[in-house]
Design a binder for this molecule. Structure first.
Ligand code: SAH
Length: 348
């Protein structure tokens, strides 16, 4: 490893921030030795705040109806081949009940931007989830909804909101989305934070047209926002999108960036994502070893999982939640970490 890169890594570990040019260099000049040093530093700070604890979040994919048309996404409105579904309130509550029995104390309701889920429907659902499952946290991942809605859902009991910014470069944003803008995402993150949510941002690694400079901007944005959560995963093409022919993102670069993000935000809740596990059988383990501390097993009914088809080959074992969670526990123990039963809030 070049001395320059070693110095940058040491600087990042000490000051939690680099310049755009420095981040770009760290990405373009990376090698296995640099990755190893970053992993070691990231693991050390994670252990300082979270020990070897790994938090589990039960992911419930409530609907694949979506009014947005993000070019990379398999459930975008324009995909006529997507078989649509929507879970009933009863099904969602059953998923939570099942997860709670298995020791899951955070439920993530994720879905397309589906107008069926009005504030009223969601508030009622959130209140029931919190009443039925004492001490649990509810995370929402339902796209942009506006300040009034964010507030109502927060008042109904939602604790956290995940809204990836997808890319912090304005022009790159418009190559991935027919409408919306990075500026809107920034505004939404401001609303979410000020409302009181633990707020998540994030981006895809290796999305079409992404350059190292774009990733450097993502990292700068993360440093500025100081999110409580940050979701990054490799881009994976979906056959029914205009990006069908693009290469998937790199597992190795994703893990490298997980380490960097851990150093930028030492206390951030950082998942080893399903996309990472989809591209690599050892993806979850690699992510955790790189500095991630969250895993999000799927609690959706088995019949719905295949239909929440964001990208090709999405990891979707036909097995029940109980079996998946057992496997995750074992695989974490093998690498020296332990899955814990707790809400797993961000440390202050
Ligand atoms: N509608 C919600 C949830 C979207 S799904 C929202 O807009 O926030 C969650 C994440 O999956 C997205 O933020 C996106 O970053 C990721 N995703 C979508 N399509 C993908 C693809 N083809 N490859 C990898 N990740 C993808």
């Amino acid at each position: 490893m070049d001395k320059k890169i070693r110095d940058l890594i040491n600087k990042l570990a000490e000051f939690h921030c680099l310049s755009k040019e420095e981040y770009t260099l760290l990405i373009t000049e990376r090698d296995e030795e640099a990755a190893e040093l970053l992993r070691k530093k990231a693991d050390a700070v994670r252990r300082e705040y979270y020990g070897n604890d790994v938090y589990v979040r039960g992911l419930i994919e409530i609907s694949n109806f979506c009014k947005q048309n993000c070019y990379y996404c398999g459930i975008r409105a324009g995909n006529k081949n997507c078989e649509r579904y929507r879970l009933t309130e009863e099904e969602i509550l059953d998923c939570c009940k099942e997860g709670y029995k298995l020791g899951i104390h955070t439920f993530v309701l994720q879905g397309g931007e589906d107008d069926y889920f009005t504030d009223e429907v969601l508030c009622d659902l959130i209140q029931q989830i919190k009443f039925n499952n004492p001490g649990c946290a509810v995370t929402l991942s339902l796209g942009e909804r506006g300040l009034a809605s964010f507030k109502k859902l927060y008042e109904a009991g939602a604790d956290r909101y995940l809204l990836r910014h997808e890319t912090a470069d304005m022009n790159h944003y418009s190559k991935l989305h027919p409408r919306g803008s990075f500026a809107n995402r920034v505004m939404s993150h401001g609303y979410l934070k000020r409302t009181g949510y633990q707020t998540g941002c994030g981006f895809m690694v290796g999305s079409p047209y992404q350059k190292p400079e774009h990733i450097a901007l993502d990292l700068l944005y993360i440093g500025r926002l100081k999110p409580e959560m940050c979701g990054i995963g490799p881009f994976i093409p979906h056959h029914d999108t205009r990006f069908a022919g693009f290469e998937p993102g790199s597992v190795e670069l994703t893990c490298y960036l997980l380490s960097i993000i851990r150093l930028i935000c030492p206390k951030v809740l950082l998942p080893a994502t399903t996309a990472l596990a989809t591209l690599d059988k050892q993806g979850r383990e690699k992510g955790i070893l790189a500095g991630a501390n969250v895993i999000m097993p799927n609690l959706s009914p088995v019949s719905a999982r295949d239909k929440y088809d964001l990208y090709d080959g999405k990891l979707s074992s036909g097995t029940e939640a109980a079996e998946n969670i057992r496997k995750i526990k074992n695989s974490m123990e093998k690498i020296g970490y332990r899955v814990v039963v707790s809400r797993g809030d961000a440390k202050q």
